[in-house]
Design a protein around this ligand. Structure first.
Ligand SMILES: *Cc1c(COP(=O)(O)O)cnc(C)c1O
Length: 464
């Protein structure tokens, strides 16, 4: 057979990207160093300019340097400066200094942690981070950790493990039989549960009609005294950190109700589970370690880069069985094969980001960071109440629910704040009222940042 060499591919193989890498480093440095001076949200003009990228796919290869320049020219000005200190939208987080350079290196390695044989280094680091996390969060030693894209997926995995555990105890095999003919699992969630919990349930074949919702108190916490009919086919999904109020479900009471019933308890601790890393939150986090599975994000409170979701499960067998797959080409090892603990086979080696973030902070640093966020949220709330805001939650953790006079005034103000470029925050409904949500989730936020934001808010109030 004649050898075929594509002239296009021949050229691409010969591309030297050393200068382009150097240029990328310069662009990254400029971006990183200017983060405090950048607009927190891009201008409409910068967003509209992104249309310049919207061309048909080029027929022939373009040069790496030109592609990089194009991305920097139109991409950088259109970014949301959420790695700075004045972004308070949703629940996000910045990037700890130790994690970005290691992420660059790991991107260059391009490892696949599906199996040990695919990447011994990724497998080893997954195992190390697993041990660190269990120790840091005070979770049971026998637990196993899976690395997924975010808490949405982490919760889905926890639910799948629960489903297998509950049904297999009754002698069924949902992997083989499917759910149609099997007994119904009773799902119980608090009224304050995050919307991704419902999404995860539906993906796992547990529709919203199967869910019993327990009313919440004025902080969004599950009213555990209303729990009843818990048995060995019950899955309770509790929450550590309400997405608006930051409140923690009363885990001790939930466990009292569920004790000796054989129910499975999953804790959605997307951002709040990190409170377990600091004793000063011991009252809020009491008894969380008694659950069966937990979901938490590295990319929120921990300030690891995207995307870094973590699922932790006490029952290795149910965990692995629910994520099972096989194939004649799969090489299982006695070391960690990451795909046994996640829905995906191939994925990026995101545990490396967690490794360098955890190491860059240390145990002490993690506790201090989380506690600082809490104190700063209190400072922010206090300043807002001094200028006429109503604060509708206790500052349980790092979240503030604030309201200015009326629904209309609050909505107008949110809009003006979002356009200001000085800061960014979002809105939501709370007890049927329009409110502002403030999430203090960046390690970069300083008291000066908060002062600047409050001054800006005061100015905007005068203006509207
Ligand atoms: C953010 C969040 C989620 C979803 O997490 P992703 O990482 O975005 O998938 C789930 N639950 C709570 C409480 C959250 O704050």
């Amino acid at each position: 057979m004649e050898k075929y060499i594509s002239p296009i591919m021949d050229k691409i193989r010969k591309q030297d990207i050393s200068e382009t890498l150097e240029q990328a480093k310069i662009y990254a440095q400029v971006y990183h160093e200017s983060i405090t001076d950048r607009r927190v949200y891009p201008t409409e003009h910068a967003i509209a300019d992104l249309n310049i990228l919207d061309t048909p796919l080029n027929d022939n290869p373009e040069e790496p340097m030109e592609i990089l320049k194009l991305l920097n020219k139109y991409g950088s000005p259109a970014t949301v400066a959420q790695t700075g200190g004045r972004y308070f939208g949703f629940v996000c987080g910045s990037i700890i200094p130790s994690s970005l350079p290691t992420k660059w290196l790991a991107d260059t390695w391009d490892q696949n942690p599906a199996m040990f044989v695919l990447s011994p280094i990724a497998s080893k680091i997954e195992s190390i981070v697993e041990k660190w996390l269990l120790d840091l969060l005070g979770l049971p030693d026998q637990s196993r950790v899976g690395y997924v894209s975010g808490s949405s997926t982490a919760t889905l995995v926890g639910i799948c493990a629960a489903r297998n555990y509950l049904l297999s105890k009754k002698g069924y095999d949902p992997i083989r039989q499917g759910l149609n003919e099997l007994p119904r699992i009773k799902v119980i969630v608090g009224a304050g549960a995050h919307s991704t919990v419902y999404k995860a349930l539906s993906l796992a074949g547990l529709g919203s009609d199967m869910v019993r919702t327990i009313p919440a108190d004025d902080q969004g916490r599950m009213q555990a005294e209303l729990l009843e009919d818990i048995d060995d086919l019950t899955l309770i999904i509790a929450q550590a950190g309400h997405v608006s109020s930051g409140a923690f479900d009363p885990m001790e009471k939930i466990f009292e109700k569920a004790k000796n019933t054989g129910a499975w308890i999953h804790v959605d601790g997307a951002f709040g589970l990190w409170a377990m890393a600091d004793e000063r939150f011991a009252d809020s986090t009491k008894a969380i370690e008694l659950a069966d599975s937990w979901s938490v994000d590295g990319h929120k409170t921990l300030n690891a880069p995207y995307d870094n979701g973590i699922v932790i499960c006490r029952h290795e067998r149910s965990f692995v069985e629910s994520m099972q797959m096989s194939g004649s080409y799969i090489i299982k090892s006695k070391d960690r094969d990451g795909m046994m603990y996640s829905p995906e086979m191939s994925r990026r080696a995101r545990a490396i980001d967690l490794w360098s973030t955890l190491k860059g902070l240390g145990k002490q640093g993690i506790g201090e960071m989380v506690y600082e966020m809490h104190i700063k949220a209190g400072y922010f709330a206090n300043k807002l109440s001094q200028i006429g805001f109503e604060i509708l939650n206790h500052i349980h953790f790092n979240q503030i629910i604030a309201r200015y006079q009326s629904n209309e005034a609050t909505l107008k103000l949110i809009d003006a704040i979002q356009k200001s470029g000085v800061m960014w925050l979002g809105g939501a409904k709370w007890m049927n009222k329009d409110i502002m949500r403030i999430s203090l989730c960046s390690y970069k936020t300083t008291y000066e940042d908060i002062d600047v934001c409050v001054e800006e808010i005061e100015r905007l109030i005068e203006e509207i």
